[in-house]
Design a protein around this ligand. Structure first.
Ligand SMILES: Cc1cc2nc3c(=O)[nH]c(=O)nc-3n(C[C@H](O)[C@H](O)[C@H](O)COP(=O)(O)OP(=O)(O)OC[C@H]3O[C@@H](n4cnc5c(N)ncnc54)[C@H](O)[C@@H]3O)c2cc1C
Length: 378
């Protein structure tokens, strides 16, 4: 048991594990082929309290804290599941509503997110800009009681199925970062809103990553998150550390899974008259991978505990993101090597993990950017 866990969290872990085994793992191949999960999985997850676990119960959440999110994300990693965008929905989007939403926005949206009635995405990245968030071009122009939105977003997780979007847009382009706001967009029957194709990726095939287009889309001014223009950039900067910690948590979970799978495989696969595991290179490789994974585990556990106490600073969250994802990719690559040709076969979990892992070094802020943030705090 992790130092931050307890009996209640282990019961939640058990629930998450059973949910993934019964309702997710058996469908993954089909979801990969269709490039999205079944919409109903969101409602199922909501029904048993797996969505918005760290949102207060008065807003429909489970009333937990970040540890409740971490348990689910660790179990997703252990189940080799990246298709369900729960992290973005519960771990990221819901917290924007909880932290900055007006009382009315919290009461209206959060219970629907917790039940799975609404699936949420956050749309920052545009075809022309990703890392440089201040340069977003999507415009939300005030027109009476509405905003008129024009622009395009890309690479949006949950983009294919989402009913709700937290849209990063410029309400006042002359103000630079201070002119950025988050606008709540409900997609149902929304004139001028279009989804592009589901993007074909080298991994994470079952995740409905998509392009989104806004062409004179009108939303009421009441959909401005928090009710004050120009707060978006600050809100993003305050929430990104949690997003980066989530990526670190899933990275460590994946490392643990890779080492476990590889130890099992090399013990049963024979070469030169003995198990691969008995070859010194295999033993040394796995010993090194296990050691680095353990170091990552101790570090991420410390980050989780700090975050629950409200003490995780930006630089440390950036360390967790870059270092754990770097190690995730290195370790999965070394493990895959020990599977030989089978490691390159899509039907082997280690091959899926290899392809799924690569983007971890890119999204949530490219790892180079993480190092900039760490250096800035020195
Ligand atoms: C599968 C997937 C899911 C995603 N989900 C979402 C989502 O849900 N919502 C969303 O808004 N976005 C999402 N993204 C977008 C993601 O956050 C961006 O791709 C990422 O921020 C990088 O932006 P970019 O692709 O425009 O690359 P660029 O900004 O063009 O950067 C390219 C590269 O340049 C280097 N670089 C950039 N800036 C610096 C710097 N300051 N110093 C040093 N080097 C630098 C880095 O190596 C970087 O990888 C997703 C992307 C993918 C692939």
């Amino acid at each position: 048991m992790h130092p931050w866990s307890n009996d209640e969290l282990e019961m939640l872990r058990d629930t998450a594990r059973r949910f993934l085994a019964e309702h997710v793992t058996p469908n993954e191949k089909r979801w990969d082929a269709q490039q999205h999960v079944d919409r109903a999985i969101w409602n199922r997850a909501g029904d048993i309290g797996l969505l918005c676990a760290s949102i207060p119960s008065e807003y429909g959440g489970a009333g937990g804290d970040f540890r409740h999110e971490a348990v689910l994300y660790e179990e997703q990693a252990a189940a080799n599941n990246v298709s369900c965008g729960f992290q973005v929905h519960s771990g990221i989007c819901a917290h924007y509503f909880a932290k900055y939403g007006t009382e009315q926005q919290k009461l209206y949206y959060l219970p629907k997110m917790a039940s799975g009635e609404l699936v949420c995405a956050i749309a920052m990245t545009e075809p022309g800009t990703g890392s440089d968030l201040q340069a977003v071009k999507t415009r939300a122009q005030r027109d009476g009681d509405h905003y008129v939105i024009n622009g395009a977003k890309t690479f949006i997780t949950n983009g294919g199925l989402c009913d709700l979007i937290l849209l990063v847009a410029k309400t006042d382009p002359a103000q630079g970062a201070k002119g950025i706001s988050l606008i709540i967009v409900e997609t149902a029957d929304l004139a001028g809103f279009k989804r592009g194709r589901l993007l074909e990726k080298i991994g994470q095939h079952g995740q409905d990553t998509a392009e989104l287009f806004f062409d004179d889309v009108r939303v009421p001014v009441d959909n401005l998150l928090g009710g004050h223009e120009g707060q978006g950039f600050v809100q993003l900067m305050q929430q990104l550390p949690q997003e980066r910690l989530i990526i670190g948590v899933s990275a460590v979970g994946a490392m643990e899974k890779a080492v476990e799978l590889t130890a099992q495989y090399t013990k049963q696969r024979h070469a030169f008259g003995k198990p691969l595991f008995d070859l010194q290179n295999t033993r040394f490789t796995l010993a090194e991978c296990k050691t680095e994974t353990h170091i990552a585990r101790v570090f991420i556990d410390d980050c989780i505990a700090k975050h629950v106490r409200g003490e995780l600073d930006n630089a440390t969250a950036s360390m967790a993101k870059w270092w754990c994802t770097q190690k995730q990719c290195e370790i999965i690559d070394r493990c895959l090597q020990l599977f030989g040709g089978y490691g390159y076969m899509a039907e082997y979990p280690i091959a899926k993990m290899y392809a799924d892992a690569r983007v971890q070094k890119i999204y949530g802020g490219a790892n180079e950017l993480m190092k900039e943030l760490i250096a800035r705090a020195m």
